[in-house]
Design a protein around this ligand. Structure first.
Ligand code: GCB
Length: 631
């Protein structure tokens, strides 16, 4: 569980748009200090952004990536420190009381390494984008005579062989070819390394004694479900806990007390994926109340957790949700859009969910990093099954398999599992995408990361996504489901659609014979430039993208009767990448454009996904009216 803004009436979100300022050309801009590529660990000095800037101060919206906001190309590709700063007035009731409330500053995510000060006092540092972090700032703000709170953030987007994702700085020393101090950041992944404060920054309060974490797991038989819970409280040892579970009508269906226990729900409404039930995404609401006596005062904290009752099991040929075979007909996505880059964008998020439902998609993988909690909330509510992926993308260098990287990967899995463990939509963890899993150290590395993830959450299967040869992959023995990416007739045998039946059939047969584990085609696809046409189909046209999909589909139709349990198109929408000779303003393998308009391939996939949903004796809800999601 991660407390977020949904729970607290005392939230004071930092206003967007006019807000934080960055001095991207500021402190320690330019060449990283030292060749060990650890310059981001050299702490900037505390104090305000204004004191440190050496470049212009820019109005920078939050949340957003900073890269595409200005007309300055050097900011677009900037690597190094940037500074954000904002002053907010805190309500006086946050600063007083005995005991005074606990005041928390929370970041949904900031890319990549952050150091945060409040009123010049360092309150937290955090390594890694894509996941939340927070700081208890009570002692800083409550000690101050002034309700003004100055929040200063130093952010560094440098990736090293030990970050997730990894990267490295390449120094171009040849003075005859490059300007003095020239360097570029090299990454082994195919999306633009957008940076900035990407998700909301909020201030909230709790009592001095508070509910710190809740873990729930669910099991069910025909007419009874059991919800196992565990609650941890911080700030008091003498406290009492009471729980009540309400259905969607607000009726209390089970109650419990104590820090550990089980709730019994008769005739439960199970959480079903979209298109598998006429009422997908059923969520109960679990209210946890804590009372603690601290000195003379009785403190009360309440946390309400949306809760879906469902089970997940994997056999050698099937993926079962609530005991019924589930076929992933879905997409891979990115957090990516014009102008805001990877910044949270509500209209875009809701548009994407409407497109997913239009498409008949029942699932997606959070390629290649954890997505915003706001997105995950909608997956829970709409019944979109999620393969929740860590930022372990592009782990290719041998040094990225060493102990230092491994320890960081374990820590990232802890953060991810803590954040998403209670989400019914999350049906599997993916610890990485396309690592160099054929390298000898990959065996120990993946064995350890997967075992750790399973220890953190024994209730879900774990995988990583591979493009290695089935006979050489050293991580595959440890996964529950084989997830394979392949691009036959694109990166291999470009232009030759006729090789697909043979090569794709062999791919599936080889993996299955070796491991007897169910398989997901976790990526396949072709770039198409919208509006480009040719018949016979040629690469980069809309016709070629359609034709490639159809060739894959005819093999998938045979294999899904055996052990193939899913297909996820690469990609839902076009997205930005580094510039390169194979990328035309980014990766064009979207079935929608970056602006979310359908290409011809979207209609091929839509016909297919609805056909599969109808076949599997599910009850497809046809969207006949518009209901608006209000937050
Ligand atoms: C892949 C990667 C994905 C790329 C895609 C492509 O295998 O997992 O990140 O974007 O191929 O289009 O090359």
């Amino acid at each position: 569980m991660q407390r977020n803004r949904a729970e607290s009436p005392l939230l004071c979100p930092l206003p967007p748009a006019d807000a934080l300022q960055t001095s991207p050309h500021g402190l320690r801009q330019g060449r990283p200090a030292g060749r060990d590529q650890r310059h981001h660990h050299q702490q900037p000095q505390p104090g305000g952004a204004a004191e440190h800037q050496t470049g212009p101060v820019i109005d920078m919206p939050v949340p957003a990536s900073f890269n595409d906001i200005t007309q300055d190309p050097s900011l677009e590709n900037y690597i190094g420190w940037v500074w954000y700063e904002k002053e907010v007035l805190l309500p006086l009731r946050w600063l007083q009381g005995d005991p005074a409330p606990r005041v928390v500053l929370r970041f949904g995510s900031a890319h990549y390494y952050s150091v945060v000060w409040v009123n010049g006092v360092q309150v937290v540092e955090h390594e890694g984008g894509h996941l939340p972090f927070e700081a208890d700032i009570s002692s800083v703000v409550q000690g101050s005579p002034d309700p003004l709170c100055r929040i200063t953030v130093a952010l560094n987007n440098t990736l090293t062989p030990h970050t997730l994702p990894p990267g490295s700085i390449q120094y171009m020393a040849d003075k005859s070819r490059y300007p003095k101090n020239y360097f570029v950041q090299d990454t082994k992944f195919d999306f633009f390394n957008y940076a900035g404060i990407h998700r909301p920054v909020v201030l909230y309060t709790t009592p001095a004694a508070y509910i710190d974490d809740i873990t729930v797991t669910t099991t069910s038989s025909d007419s009874v479900a059991r919800v196992q819970y565990q609650v941890s409280v911080v700030g008091s040892t003498a406290n009492s806990l009471s729980l009540s579970l309400r259905d969607q009508e607000g009726k209390v269906v089970a109650t419990g007390d104590g820090a550990v226990g089980e709730l019994k729900v008769l005739n439960p409404n199970l959480w079903w994926p979209y298109l598998m039930h006429e009422n997908p995404g059923y969520l109960y609401s679990l209210e946890v109340k804590m009372q603690a006596q601290v000195g003379e005062v009785l403190l009360e904290d309440v946390y309400t957790l949306p809760l879906g009752i469902r089970t997940v099991h994997v056999t050698s040929t099937q993926f079962l949700i609530n005991g019924r075979p589930f076929y992933f007909h879905g997409v891979n996505k990115h957090e990516d859009a014009d102008i805001r880059g990877k910044g949270l964008d509500w209209p875009l998020i809701v548009k994407d969910f409407n497109l997913l439902r239009w498409l008949g998609a029942n699932s997606f993988r959070t390629s290649h990093y954890p997505y915003a909690e706001e997105i995950m909330d909608l997956c829970d509510a709409y019944g979109i099954a999620v393969i929740d992926e860590s930022p372990g993308v592009g782990i290719k260098l041998p040094e990225s398999f060493g102990n230092k990287s491994l320890q960081h990967h374990l820590a990232v899995m802890e953060e991810l599992v803590r954040r998403d463990k209670n989400r019914p939509s999350v049906v599997m963890w993916s610890v990485a995408n396309e690592p160099a899993s054929e390298l000898p150290p990959a065996a120990h590395y993946f064995k350890t990361v997967i075992a750790h993830t399973k220890a953190l959450d024994p209730s879900r299967p774990v995988t990583f996504v591979t493009d290695a040869n089935y006979a050489l992959d050293r991580g595959a023995p440890y996964v529950d489901v084989i997830c394979v990416n392949s691009y036959f007739s694109w990166y291999h045998d470009p232009g030759h659609l006729e090789v697909i039946p043979l090569q794709l059939t062999a791919q599936f047969d080889n993996w299955y014979k070796t491991y007897q584990k169910p398989i997901i085609q976790s990526e396949y696809g072709a770039d198409s430039v919208p509006g480009l046409h040719s018949d016979p189909p040629m690469m980069f046209t809309e016709e070629y993208q359609q034709a490639m999909l159809r060739e894959y589909h005819s093999v998938l139709d045979k294999k899904r009767k055996e052990y193939v349990i899913g297909e996820l198109i690469w990609n839902f929408a076009d997205f930005m990448t580094n510039q390169g000779t194979t990328r035309v303003l980014g990766n064009k393998k979207g079935i929608f454009t970056r602006q979310r308009q359908p290409k011809a391939a979207a209609f091929v996939l839509r016909d297919r996904y609805w056909k599969i949903a109808n076949e599997s004796s599910c009850l497809p809800p046809v969207i006949t009216s518009h209901s608006f999601y209000l937050k």
